[in-house]
Design a binder for this molecule. Structure first.
Ligand code: F6R
Length: 255
């Protein structure tokens, strides 16, 4: 894993967008893997700036998202489909037909998971996948205990995740209890992973993910085995790792 330490969230957003944009320029027909949550929002704003300046175009890109809440549709402001359109897709030239996000309204779990896995298979490998990390180590909505070999699945969100995500809702009770998520297998099949972490509340989990055992208890720990992960993290998110293992960071940085 390559660790890029940046000063703060603003720098993180710029650096991540640079890395992402370089991939699009290199391969305009690229398959992009998107995440939601608050961490990538700044990066999406930077990508929009690059699009507006004519540096990048998404016209030929395919895009696939990690996850979607169950029980709410694309017109619901809390859905990840709405989020992606509001924060990025409506402001760039990506074609609607090239956007893939699980359908949270499909109550037939098997049908929806099979449909999404078929899309993942047909798209081929995701060229670059953006990931955030949950405080409990989840990636996508693959909560602690998820099998590393799993495909797309419907998950029951943990109390920790509901607590962390309630900030996007008027009331905690409104946070959906279930979600569809791409499995860890799909994530690990990506050619390159750009993992983003910002803020002091990620410091502990970043430390555990990198220095701890590879265990389903910390789903993100599997990323230690991926050959091409870049962690872009700010000083606060790297605080614990740096103070406990300054040499380790140096070593990882040297990789
Ligand atoms: C959302 C997703 C989640 C988030 C994670 C961190 O698509 O994949 O795993 O990345 O919950 O969320 P933030 O960025 O809000 O801290």
């Amino acid at each position: 894993m390559k660790i890029l330490e940046v000063k703060d969230y603003s720098e993180l957003s710029k650096v991540a967008a640079e890395i992402f944009a370089a991939e699009i320029i290199h391969n305009p027909k690229i398959v992009l893997g998107f995440a939601t949550g608050s961490t990538p929002i700044g990066m999406y704003q930077e990508l929009i700036k690059k699009y507006n300046s004519g540096i990048i175009s998404f016209e030929e890109c395919q895009s696939i998202n990690l996850d979607e809440y169950c029980g709410i549709g694309k017109d619901n402001k809390q859905s990840y489909t709405y989020f992606m359109h509001e924060k990025l897709f409506s402001k760039i030239d990506i074609k609607e037909k090239n956007i893939y996000i699980p359908n949270g309204l499909n109550e037939n779990i098997k049908e929806e998971c099979d449909r999404y896995d078929k899309i993942i298979k047909e798209l081929g490998k995701i060229d670059i996948q953006i990931l955030g990390i949950g405080n409990n180590g989840h990636i996508g909505f693959n909560e602690p205990g998820t099998k590393f070999s799993g495909n797309t699945t419907q998950v029951k969100l943990t109390a920790n995740t509901i607590e962390a995500n309630k900030r996007f809702f008027d009331k905690k009770e409104e946070v959906p209890k279930k979600a569809y998520t791409m499995g860890i297998k799909g994530v690990m099949n990506s050619k390159k992973i750009l993992l983003l972490a910002s803020g002091i509340n990620k410091s502990n989990i970043v430390y555990k993910m990198i220095t701890g055992d590879i265990t389903p208890t910390i789903p993100a720990s599997i990323l230690q085995l991926h050959p091409n992960v870049i962690l872009v993290a700010d000083e606060e998110a790297l605080k614990k790792l740096k103070s406990a293992f300054p040499e380790k960071i140096k070593k990882i940085n040297e990789k």
